[in-house]
Design a protein around this ligand. Structure first.
Ligand SMILES: [Cu+2]
Length: 92
């Protein structure tokens, strides 16, 4: 009984942490090569490769979006992307 209640409280905490993290992502952009750029509210960016893994990209690197626009990598927030991706797996 006590254990079941404890698990329920833990999963509520996990859900609200995920919501808070999502809120820091302002925008995601798909790139021509199939990877995704996450733009956080502070303007910094992080990359997810086409296999869904957080990936490294040097700040200042020019990327081409799916619709042919060029964007410049600002920051390299690997750990923030990783956190988002891992939370997604746990949440399902
Ligand atoms: Cu990039």
């Amino acid at each position: 009984m006590k254990n079941a209640l404890f698990v329920a409280v833990l999963s509520i905490a996990a859900v609200s942490a995920q919501a808070a993290d999502r809120a820091h992502v302002q925008k995601t952009i798909e790139l021509k090569d199939g990877s995704t750029v996450y733009i956080f509210k502070d303007g910094k960016m992080g990359m997810e490769d086409k296999l869904g893994r957080a990936s490294y990209m040097a700040p200042g690197h020019v990327m081409e979006t799916k619709d042919g626009k060029k964007i410049i990598m600002n920051g390299n927030e690997i750990w923030r992307v990783e956190e988002l991706l891992h939370k997604d797996h746990k949440g399902s």
